[in-house]
Design a protein around this ligand. Structure first.
Ligand SMILES: Cc1cc2nc3c(=O)[nH]c(=O)nc-3n(C[C@H](O)[C@H](O)[C@H](O)COP(=O)(O)OP(=O)(O)OC[C@H]3O[C@@H](n4cnc5c(N)ncnc54)[C@H](O)[C@@H]3O)c2cc1C
Length: 551
């Protein structure tokens, strides 16, 4: 944490040197003494301090300066640092100006020059002011700060990325916080290019793409080797489970993740039905444990890197990544899971990240404190989202298409008992409205056909899931929805598919291409549960081991 600053300005260099010497002697250990000889230069420097999130404890300013008076300087400076103590250095002739400024700029004290001996005429006064400052100040946040608006999709994506990687940050809404706005304006004239990410080392990124952000926060985005025994695409429960076993048995294993580790499970506020956690475990806790476990066994995990396409060359399975590079392996596991359906109605695309969120209750809930929000969907993920949101929102209405939520019983009970949650059964979403941000939604009761309009601050969508199997679309057999067939599901009349090249049948979780396996939510016939994904990931590793042995 940088030391708080004592800022002193005097255009007379000899006076400035003397103030600096006295301040340094008494306060140098606990404060950074910053002497500057012009008010204008000092205002510019204040902007830098703001960007670096440094704090000013005290301004000790000469009143009589050529470019601007001490009072004029303070008028501007206290906009940025309203809690800093303000002291004017005055000559006898400036006494009236100093008295007037007590109200104008909330002056705390005016000191007559010369102030010697400082032990009597300077330190006791400043000691008292600094003590008072210390008691009342809230020291600035030391970590990453993200400044943006609630209605900007890139702002949401950056927040979601940091949240999902469990990297703490402070959110600064430039529409609600004038200091934050000033901070952004200080580094960019394009206030539309949001968010601005401020790092503790003083550097900033403007509307970064996720790979740039990942690199800046120290995540691995490039594979260390050109070849691995096993490559896993997707770091949800299935991918991570497989990687833990692969790493623990000494295989060179790489996991490729386009977003953040944890997959869908990582966005769950509380998983209550996973074996061994009787009071539940949050998705981020489970993810943190699994990632540490995999890394401890030497597994490499890439973040913000999408596997775009996979293909086969001899015994190699090759994966093309979004940055244009390739990695190869002998056994490949597709554990790319599933993602929520997006809303197709007009306007929904533009409002994504600006009031409409897919999953993401975890990232955004706090921003909708005491507001009315909606959840679309009635399965487990929607129920968990609604329960989590109810800790912050004033009211959570859950739109359920059918007569009953399809969530597990323990979740339906929790929904029904929650005073803040209203279950709107037989209700479908018809329209979303809003200019820059979601403002209204229109719903229809499927029984009575009655339409209703609601004001809505946000809607969290958890409807349906579709498998993310595009990267192997031309390579392995899938059903019409995109779920990947494996093992016995590939068999026709007890025979493997026609182009299957081996004597043996496909292994249980092997796809129609030998050496390429699938596990978890992307696989046809899976159970869409954390435990199933973990189990399949573990089994897939055992089968990949068999496959590698036979190469
Ligand atoms: C909010 C929520 C709550 C849930 N709660 C529960 C619960 O309480 N109990 C329970 O048992 N189940 C729960 N589930 C279901 C459970 O989370 C899933 O069944 C499980 O996560 C599936 O794991 P997976 O590894 O197969 O896939 P996923 O978890 O979907 O992970 C797949 C990963 O692959 C990545 N990926 C996809 N394509 C690519 C690509 N081309 N390149 C690189 N990476 C890619 C994705 O970004 C993702 O991180 C919940 C799901 C959600 C959404």
């Amino acid at each position: 944490m940088p030391k708080p600053v004592i800022f002193t300005i005097d255009d007379d260099i000899s006076v400035l040197n003397s103030v600096e010497r006295d301040l340094r002697a008494h306060y140098g250990q606990d404060y950074r003494i910053l002497p500057i000889d012009s008010g204008k230069a000092a205002l510019d420097y204040l902007k830098k301090l703001l960007q670096r999130n440094e704090t000013v404890a005290l301004f000790l300013i000469d009143q009589r300066m050529p470019e601007m008076s001490g009072v004029e300087f303070l008028e501007e400076a206290i906009q940025a640092y309203p809690r800093a103590k303000r002291v004017l250095l005055t000559a006898y002739a400036d006494t009236q100006a100093a008295i007037d400024s007590i109200n104008e700029v909330g002056l705390d004290y005016y000191l007559m020059k010369p102030w010697h001996p400082p032990e009597e005429r300077l330190y006791p006064i400043l000691d008292e002011l600094l003590e008072d400052w210390r008691v009342h100040v809230r020291l600035p946040y030391e970590g990453i700060r993200v400044a943006g608006t609630l209605w900007s999709l890139p702002s949401h994506q950056v927040k979601d990325f940091l949240t999902r990687h469990q990297i703490p940050y402070q959110w600064l809404d430039i529409e609600k916080d004038s200091n934050a706005r000033q901070l952004v304006e200080g580094i960019s004239s394009e206030v539309t290019k949001l968010p601005v990410v401020f790092f503790p080392d003083g550097r900033t990124l403007l509307q970064p793409d996720l790979t740039e952000l990942a690199e800046k926060v120290g995540l691995q985005t490039h594979a260390a080797l050109p070849f691995y025994d096993i490559v896993v695409v997707g770091s949800g429960p299935a991918g991570l489970a497989s990687a833990v076993y692969a790493g623990s048995e000494g295989y060179r294993c790489l996991v490729i993740e386009k977003a953040a580790p944890g997959g869908q499970a990582g966005s769950s506020p509380k998983i209550e039905n996973y074996l061994g956690f009787p009071t539940g475990i949050s998705g981020d806790d489970l993810t943190r444990r699994a990632v540490s476990q995999a890394k401890r066994f030497g597994v490499e995990i890439l973040s913000a890197q999408e596997a775009m396409r996979a293909f086969v060359k001899d015994t190699y399975r090759i994966i093309q990544l979004s940055d244009g590079t390739e990695v190869s392996c002998h056994a490949l596991l597709i554990a790319t899971g599933a993602s929520f359906h997006t809303l197709k109605m007009p306007g929904a695309g533009e409002l994504t990240g600006a009031g409409i969120y897919y999953g993401a209750a975890y990232t955004e809930a706090m921003n909708y404190k005491d507001q009315d929000v909606f959840v679309a969907g009635g399965a487990n993920s929607a129920a968990q989202g609604a329960i989590y949101l109810s800790q912050f929102a004033r009211k959570v209405r859950v739109l359920i298409r059918g007569p009953q939520p399809t969530a597990s019983k323990y979740l339906i009970d929790a929904l029904e008992q929650n005073q803040k949650i209203e279950l709107m059964r037989n209700t479908e979403l018809v329209e979303v409205r809003g200019k820059n941000t979601l403002e209204q939604i229109i719903v229809r009761n499927t029984g009575s056909n009655e339409m209703q309009i609601f004001n809505a601050s946000a809607m969290f969508v958890f409807i349906g899931v579709r498998p993310q199997s595009q990267l192997v679309a031309d390579l392995v057999k899938r059903n019409e929805k995109g779920y990947i067939f494996t093992g016995t599901d590939l068999m026709v009349d007890k025979k493997p598919p026609q182009d299957w090249p081996l004597e043996r049948d496909p292994f249980l979780l092997e796809t129609s291409v030998p050496g390429i396996f699938a596990a978890g939510d992307v696989r046809f016939g899976t159970n869409h549960r954390v435990a199933s994904a973990v189990g399949e990931g573990a089994i897939a590793f055992a089968l990949m081991k068999e496959y590698l042995k036979a190469l």
